[in-house]
Design a protein around this ligand. Structure first.
Ligand code: ACO
Length: 428
């Protein structure tokens, strides 16, 4: 293939270089388009054909169902690594040595304290506030309590901001849950590992010890790894674009959390469980809901199905389905919701509508079932997703800053009124 793309507009032909990725993905580099053509731009709503950056963090092939972080397959990482190792890998590019990992965790623990005044902000929220709104607000508020983390121009400053948020974020997540449950807030313990600390901060009762269950640690580790990055999805693109104005890491993450909240993105895990419960309540008639999902007059969609990029299968869904079976078995939980989910999946995989549109279960079809078995309330599911996605967002933000990417500012094709005369209010 030639490494030039030709574009003809009217009589004129323009040439643009092709850019090749390390996995042979090809893009047309149109940086010079507008200047060369007297103002012609491209339009691509939803960015289905637009690469916003070059990135060395995550590779995914939607057709083949491949997902790799920094070149390592998601299957191998989920089996052999722990979440903190994966976080280090995503952010800094290589698997850490034991010393590097120990230092990273020690630095995180040094920052795992949240200013006590943040409690006043938490107290001001009503108990029924959605945890994603609370988390986004608290993450943004961290900027005010840690102003030195805003203008980070050197790698050293970036590192400090990164360990700060890696330390404080799990505390905020746990506090969001505890506030909802009316429990006193908890700071965790330096003696525990990253994921063990998360579970303890979330679940320890004030009058009891918390016994860590290896099945729960393993399940949460796996879920967090599977959610840790997914290249330029909606929330990650948000983090990169907000960060591109040099708004600071915490403000960028807060925006990413808001983007993740939506039911078409991370909010799907909550929506899936609510849907499965509704189907069960309605007598478990999965065929009825399949019909609704296919009816164009009905706004109902089968939550947890379909993906912008995966048009074959979501490799994370395979791992999670197996994990759901294991965790429920190990914890001795019998959940009829799992049967509804399996029935729905079976039917969808054989249904022409879903086959034609290449709609497969995505990562969040089964994750909620595991979270539920772990005793995590449904409204917290998307917060758990954010906890897993944190290192991915950080890695993408860091890469964007190190590459000195320009501020993100798309253009538009204006389709509104042409110039018209102002009409006084009494004459309208
Ligand atoms: N149920 C029923 N029909 C669906 C579904 C679904 N879940 N998803 C897509 N379709 C149909 C659409 O109606 C459309 O049909 P048409 O061609 O006849 O008009 C076709 O499949 C293509 O769908 P689009 O919405 O154009 O696909 P897009 O790539 O824009 O959307 C998305 C992907 C948002 C994930 C979509 O599949 C969806 O809404 N799924 C349910 C929500 C969900 O599970 N989101 C989580 C995504 S994973 C994540 O963020 C971690």
């Amino acid at each position: 293939m030639s490494d030039i793309a030709k574009l003809q507009i009217g009589e004129k032909t323009y040439e643009f270089p092709l850019v090749k990725g390390t996995e042979n993905e090809t893009a047309i580099d149109i940086k010079a388009l507008r200047g060369a053509t007297d103002g012609v731009i491209t339009i691509d709503p939803g960015y289905k054909n637009t690469g916003s950056c070059q990135s060395a963090i995550t590779f995914l092939d939607g057709e083949k169902g491949i997902l790799r972080y920094r070149g390592y397959s998601i299957e191998e990482l989920a089996e052999k690594a722990d979440f903190l190792e994966v976080a280090y890998l995503l952010i800094f590019g290589e698997l850490p040595t034991k010393e590097q990992l120990d230092k990273f965790y020690a630095d995180i623990l040094d920052e795992a304290i949240v200013d006590d005044d943040i409690k006043k902000i938490i107290d001001a929220f009503p108990k029924n506030a959605h945890p994603m709104g609370v988390l986004s607000s608290l993450t943004s508020a961290l900027t005010a309590f840690n102003p030195s983390s805003v203008n980070v121009d050197s790698e050293e400053d970036m590192y400090k901001a990164i360990v700060k948020i890696m330390g404080k974020f799990p505390v905020l997540v746990a506090w969001t849950l505890r506030k909802k449950q009316g429990l006193p807030l908890h700071y965790g313990s330096r003696k525990l590992g990253y994921v063990e600390n998360i579970l303890t901060m979330m679940f320890q009762k004030p009058n009891d010890e918390y016994e860590l269950n290896p099945i729960m640690i393993n399940a949460l580790d796996k879920l967090l790894i599977l959610h840790a990055d997914h290249e330029q999805n909606c929330s990650t693109s948000t983090v990169r674009i907000v960060g591109s104005s040099h708004a600071g890491l915490f403000a960028s993450l807060s925006a990413g959390i808001s983007a993740l909240w939506g039911p078409l993105h991370g909010g799907a895990n909550q929506a899936v469980l609510e849907m499965l419960e509704a189907i069960k309540e309605d007598g478990g008639d999965t065929k009825k809901y399949m019909g609704k999902a296919k009816d164009k007059e009905d706004p109902f969609r089968l939550m947890g199905f379909g993906h912008r990029v995966y048009k074959n299968f979501d490799p994370r869904a395979k791992i999670i389905k197996k994990a759901a079976d294991e965790v429920l078995g190990d914890l001795g939980v019998e959940d009829p919701i799992l049967d509804v989910a399996k029935g729905l999946e079976r039917e969808a995989l054989e249904d022409q509508y879903f086959v034609d549109r290449k709609l497969y279960p995505n990562v969040d079809f089964y994750s909620g079932i595991i979270y539920r078995a772990m005793g995590i309330p449904v409204e917290m599911f998307t917060v758990m997703f954010a906890l897993g996605r944190l290192p991915g967002w950080i890695a993408q933000w860091r890469e964007m800053r190190l590459r000195k990417e320009p501020i993100g500012r798309p253009r538009q094709v204006y389709v509104g009124e042409n110039l018209r005369e102002f009409v006084e209010i009494d004459k309208r």
